[in-house]
Design a protein around this ligand. Structure first.
Ligand code: TXA
Ligand code: MG
Length: 344
């Protein structure tokens, strides 16, 4: 199969992409968070094709992408008032809400759950494609299952060239990590995945917010978790990722003491001078956490090579979007940390 690369700025792109979606085909789409692997979320066979192409476990449900709350109401019921407030405040944008699903949604999309994850992305071309397709678009992050997410059309081609009909090229994603997921189906809202909308911003609207344990620590494979995707190994390059905690100086000392051939360093731009001979790669500026989220997956992809044995990674403080960056790095590292201040 020849994969079409459709530029977002080409006026023909929305209709070409929408026609493919209506026809049950897969199209990779840009969003402000990461690229998604999209298909008609109401078409079981199209959804099955997403799972096949991505190599995704069947028990991991998909997010439905809609143009707003009016469309969401057709696929969810018993929507609490706070969902409208959140939509008002954060849609279009990097927030996904888990709500009770209506029966019209195929079980394949929700992986058999009676809830559905739903979000309205901000990227104009993708909103237009959803509108023209006339159906909610189911889309997981477009990466092959287990690999770092895709934040450019080139990343999508690296994983899927010749395997999917089309990619819409909207340039690099602004946020760079996936959407925040909040479960609104229980008495207290629960954060299932930190993302582009910060925990603090959600708390300001919701009052109380529980943080799911899958966000904070590693989860047993057989555990029953709210967001099934959270239990799988994720975002992981081939080498072993090790998060080095502590001050810049202590971390650099630790890395120099332990550095071996085949190792790489993933650090903040401000720290580059500390790692001259350790093959550092900066993913953004510590002082501007949005640059870290925007650069993280591209950097993890660059380091995803059989030649890279170990990656010493520096992780930002966990506030704002830094919480989402820290969560993705922790998953890539399978929650492996060393404390440079205390290490020998
Ligand atoms: O930013 C994003 O959310 C991107 C873009 C493409 O929109 N999509 C994305 O999809 O990250 P994916 O499939 O990579 O991650 C979706 C997560 C998974 O962890 C899945 O388990 C969870 O959402 N999820 C989906 N439906 C759910 C539900 N009904 N209840 C709880 N978690 C759900
Ligand atoms: Mg994903």
């Amino acid at each position: 199969m020849n994969t079409l690369l459709l530029p977002a700025a080409d006026p023909r792109t929305p209709e070409i992409a929408a026609a493919l979606i209506r026809d049950g085909k897969l199209v990779a789409l840009p969003t402000e968070t990461v690229y998604g692997l999209g298909a008609d979320g109401l078409n079981e066979e199209a959804v099955a094709e997403i799972f096949r192409v991505k190599g995704r476990p069947q028990d991991n449900p998909l997010i439905l992408h809609v143009t707003g709350m009016a469309q969401a109401e057709r696929y969810c019921h018993s929507i609490p008032a706070c969902a409208y407030t959140l939509a008002e405040r954060f849609w279009p944008g990097p927030l996904t809400m888990v709500l009770p699903a209506r029966d019209c949604i195929p079980k394949r999309t929700t992986a058999g759950l009676d809830t559905v994850a739903i979000r309205c992305p901000e990227t104009a071309v993708t909103l237009r494609i959803i509108e023209l397709a006339g159906t909610p678009i189911a889309a997981p992050s477009a990466n092959l299952s287990g690999k770092p997410s895709t934040t450019t059309a080139q990343h999508v081609l690296a994983d899927h060239d010749g395997r999917i009909p089309a990619v819409v090229d909207g340039g690099p994603c602004r946020v760079g990590v996936e959407s925040t997921i909040v479960d609104l189906t229980e008495d207290t809202p629960r954060l299932l995945r930190p993302g582009g909308v910060s925990r603090e911003a959600l708390e300001a609207v919701l009052g109380s917010l529980q943080v799911d344990r899958a966000v904070l620590g590693s989860i047993d494979r057989d555990a029953v978790v709210k967001a099934p995707g959270m239990k799988y190994r994720h975002y992981a390059p081939q080498g072993k990722v090790l998060i080095v905690r502590g001050s810049s100086q202590a971390a650099a000392r630790y890395v120099h003491d332990h550095f071996a051939p085949g190792d790489r360093v993933l650090c903040f731009q401000e720290e580059l001078p500390l790692y001259g001979d350790c093959r550092p790669l900066a993913y953004g500026r510590e002082a501007e956490p949005e640059t870290l989220s925007a650069g993280l997956f591209a950097a993890l992809r660059e380091l995803d090579s059989p030649q890279v044995r170990r990656i010493f990674a520096r992780c930002p403080a966990g506030n704002g979007v830094g919480f989402a960056v820290a969560n993705r790095l922790a998953k890539a590292a399978a929650f492996t940390y060393v404390d440079a201040e205390e290490a020998p």
